[in-house]
Every structure is written in C-alpha cells, then in structure tokens.
Design a binder for this molecule. Structure first.
Ligand code: FAD
Length: 447
C-alpha cells in the first residue's frame, strides 16, 4: 500500500475535523479506530449524556411547577429514556463510515500501534504515512484500590438497561455531578464519594455552594473528603469503604460508577516504537501540537491534553493540526474563552478566569456577584438556584471571567465566551439588546 499523507488514530471530533480538512486539500487520508466510529462525544459522552439529562430536566420542571399550575406526578421510564438515547447513538458509526467513504478517506478498524517514525500497524496491516495524528482521546484513570474490577465506567452507565436502586459515584467532578442528577431524578438513591473538599472543583466555589441546595433537595448524599479505599462484593451488592476526617465509613450499593477523572489514552500505542516522547502519561508536544521528538507526529484533543478536555477544544485542535500539516507549522491553538458547563439541573457554567486565577495574575478587576433566585428568570420557573459572578478588568472594561449557575446558564455563558474571545467589553454587552424575557436579558444586570 502507498503511504498516506495522513494517518489519523481515532475517529472522534479531533479526527473528524483534521481528516476532513486534509482530505479536502486533496491529500490522502486514513482513519483508524478500534471502537465503532464516532468517538466519545457522540457515542459515549456529551450527546448521549445530554439526552438522559433531557429526561431529568422534564422531571425537574414538572416537580418545580407543582402547585404553580402543574398537577400530577411524572416519572422517568429508564428503558424508554435509554432507547430514546439510542435513536441518536446507534446510527452514528454507520453514518461516519459512509461519510468517510464519500470523502475518499480510507477507514481501518483495529488498535493502532507505532512500528516506526512513519508507520503504524492495524490488525496485522502496516500503514505508512507522511504524518500521523494521535487523536486517541482519554480514558478513565485507573482506580488503584482493591475491588476496582466491580466499578463501571461512564460508558457502561450510559448503556444501562435498567437503573439500580442504590448507586455510588466515586469522584466529584462534572461526570459525578451530572450522573447523580440524572440517577436521582430517575428515582435512585445516590451517594457521591469525593476526595476533595467540595464538588466541582473547576467551578466557582460560591456558585457550587448555591448549587448544592439542589443536591440536598434531591437527597444526593455528597460526602466530601471521602476517599474510596476498597470495594467488597456482598450478597446484596457492594460495600464501598471510604476513609475521611469522619473516620472509616462504608456505603452499601447495587452499582459503583467511576467518576474520578480521565487521562490521555496512550497505553496501546507503543509510542516508543514511533520515537514519540511521553512524560508522566502526557505527550511531549511543541506549541504547534507536534511531537518534540518525532516531527511527523501531531496530537489533538483529549490525547494532546493541551487545552481543557472538551469537544470544542478537540475540534479546534483538529483544525490547528490540519492547517499546520498543510501550511507548515504556523498555527498555535488558542484556548481563550473556552466555556465549560456541568449539565446538572440547573446547569453551572464558567468561562475565562476564576477569582483566584485573576488574583494570581495580579489583574485589577471589578467583581460583581449575587445569588438571584428572586430574578424573573428563576421565579417564572419556580427555580430556587440562580446566581452569577463576573470579573471585569479595571481600565479596559474587558470581561475576564463569567460564572453562572441556574436556568439558561449553559446558553448565556456562550455570550460571555463570545465577548472574551473577541475582546468585547462589558459596555458592549450592556448596550446589546437581547430578546426579553430570556436568560440573556439578565446579562446587563450581571455586569
Ligand atoms: C461521560 C462524558 C461526558 C462528556 N460531556 C461533555 C460535554 O458535555 N461537553 C464537552 O465539551 N465534552 C464532554 N465530554 C468530553 C468530550 O467527550 C471529549 O473531550 C471529546 O469527545 C474528545 O474528543 P477527541 O476527538 O479528542 O477523542 P475521542 O472522541 O475520545 O476519540 C478517540 C478515539 O480514539 C480511539 N482510540 C484510542 N486508542 C486507539 C488506538 N490505539 N487505536 C485505534 N483507536 C484508538 C478510541 O476508540 C476513540 O474512539 C464528555 C466526556 C465524557 C466521558
């Protein structure tokens, strides 16, 4: 087989963007994946999760509006909700295959492993390439505790045919927050074992505090400073043992879910065989997303780990790498103003700098923050959680950071992202006419 101009390892967002761009420029491209084509976001991440969140949102809305003109109890039918999710996920791999075929991109199934600077093998076949893109995504960090084999990953959680009654989530980041909100609204009794001092460490502490009201309402048992140390199988399920300041504790559950973080998925690649340098399970890359030890190799998305592990970042990296391959190294990733959302109900969202980051950079800024459940946006929905924090630079009026929790936070944060990325000022936002009444029409009051 003739060498391809580009071999892409992975078929997720980063791979799709890079392969399409390079192929459109008339170059030959191959894509390799050992899982069904489509990647994490479409098959095992953002999209299927958000479809389950849709069920949780419906239940939450009905519950909030009880006594305000809505009567009768609604409930989640888990099998139906998962079947609804599948109407989206099931067709994805075939659509992707068809898209690659239509674009003239060669598709290979199997694990890719480096066999040289310019070569990988896939299912016994050697693929030579002028460039190789590592777009292999991330995997759950291995849990090193006795009984770890009983823990299911987020992939499996999103596939469950039925939802067990008692669930423990190990970890306290966005996966734990979102899954606990889904499961609790589907009727499960949920415990979260979080090693850190609080949930959602990547979000503003004040706003997370306001959101915790919702966890309490849902009777989610959030145990902070609780480190899971051992999982024991019992006749009724599992006993999850944890250590913390309260001493030793144990939770009896039917299901244990891994929500303790993810890391670049590099293990099966035999990177040494490709002379691709790695340090502490991170690829060593230059500012062009190129391997520092093998210039034929680039990385993008979660595998590169240069920006936050989010789908829009993977797409951005994919484009940066494609243009560097086509034009020579001229493009660097730009992660300014990447918004981040935990899709709890209601959501919590953040973009730009946190207070502590702004302080660490010695910036002078005006801070405005308030818990605002009495604003119309929250009151019309009978929502008790609504609040914001904004940081605006003194002198320039530039928006340094915005943090929102409550209804519409997941949409409104995008307008702050637009402002940060394109250097709009607080005044620019304040003088924009937003449709009323919408979440965005509150922006003027947040600044
Ligand atoms: C539960 C969950 C929820 C999420 N929710 C959100 C969200 O709401 N919003 C958001 O922005 N992000 C979310 N993310 C993160 C987002 O899904 C990822 O950042 C994004 O999908 C990464 O894309 P990627 O192209 O870098 O890699 P991926 O899409 O992960 O693709 C990597 C592919 O490489 C393949 N692969 C790995 N190793 C090899 C090998 N050796 N040979 C062949 N193939 C290989 C894998 O099978 C995989 O298909 C979520 C993630 C999870 C797990």
């Amino acid at each position: 087989m003739k060498p391809h101009d580009l071999v892409v390892i992975g078929s997720g967002t980063a791979a799709q963007v890079a392969s399409t761009r390079v192929r459109r420029a008339g170059r030959t491209v191959a894509v390799v994946d050992h899982r069904p084509f489509g990647g994490t976001c479409a098959l095992r991440g953002c999209d299927p999760k958000k479809m389950l969140i849709s069920g949780a949102e419906a239940i939450d809305a009905a519950h909030r509006m009880q006594g305000h003109g809505v009567a009768g109890e609604l409930r989640i039918s888990w099998p139906e909700l998962v079947a609804f999710k599948r109407t989206f996920t099931d067709p994805v791999p075939q659509k992707q295959e068809a898209r690659y075929a239509a674009q003239g991109i060669d598709a290979f199934h199997g694990l890719a492993r480096f066999t040289g600077r310019d070569a990988v093998t896939v299912a016994g076949q050697e693929l030579k390439a002028r460039h190789i893109l590592v777009a292999t995504g991330a995997r759950p960090v291995p849990l090193r505790l006795p009984g770890a084999e009983h823990v299911i990953t987020s992939d499996r959680f999103l596939e469950l045919e039925s939802l067990p009654q008692r669930i423990v989530l190990i970890g306290g980041g966005y996966i734990a927050a979102e899954f606990s909100h889904i499961a609790a609204r589907a009727g499960a009794q949920v415990t979260v074992l979080q090693r850190g001092d609080r949930m959602l460490l990547h979000f503003d502490p004040d706003l997370v505090n306001w959101l915790m009201v919702k966890f309490a309402e849902l009777r989610i048992d959030v145990r902070t400073q609780a480190t899971a140390v051992r999982i024991e199988q019992t006749t009724n399920g599992f006993l999850v043992h944890a250590d913390g300041p309260r001493g030793k504790e144990a939770v009896e559950v039917d299901l244990v879910v891994h929500a303790a973080g993810r890391e670049p998925e590099l293990e099966d690649l035999d990177l040494a065989g490709g002379h691709v340098a790695v340090s502490k399970n991170r690829l060593e890359l230059n500012e062009y997303l190129q391997s520092v030890s093998n210039p034929l190799v680039y990385a993008a998305g979660d595998a590169a780990g240069m920006g936050p592990p989010l789908t829009p970042v993977s797409a951005h990296d994919g484009l940066v790498v494609a243009t560097n391959i086509l034009d020579g190294n001229r493009h660097k990733p730009d992660y300014r103003g990447v918004p981040s959302v935990a899709f709890t109900v209601p959501p919590i969202a953040s973009v730009g700098l946190s207070e502590s980051q702004a302080q660490a950079q010695g910036l002078k800024y005006k801070l405005k923050s308030e818990s605002t459940p009495y604003w119309f946006t929250a009151r019309r929905l009978a929502e008790r959680v609504y609040g914001y924090k904004t940081l605006v630079e003194e002198g320039t009026g530039q928006i340094l950071g915005a943090h929102i929790v409550g209804p519409c936070a997941d949409e409104v944060i995008n307008l702050f992202a637009l402002a940060i990325r394109h250097n709009l000022t607080a005044r620019d936002l304040q003088t924009t006419m937003f449709a009323y009444p919408t979440g965005a029409s509150d922006i003027g009051y947040m600044l």
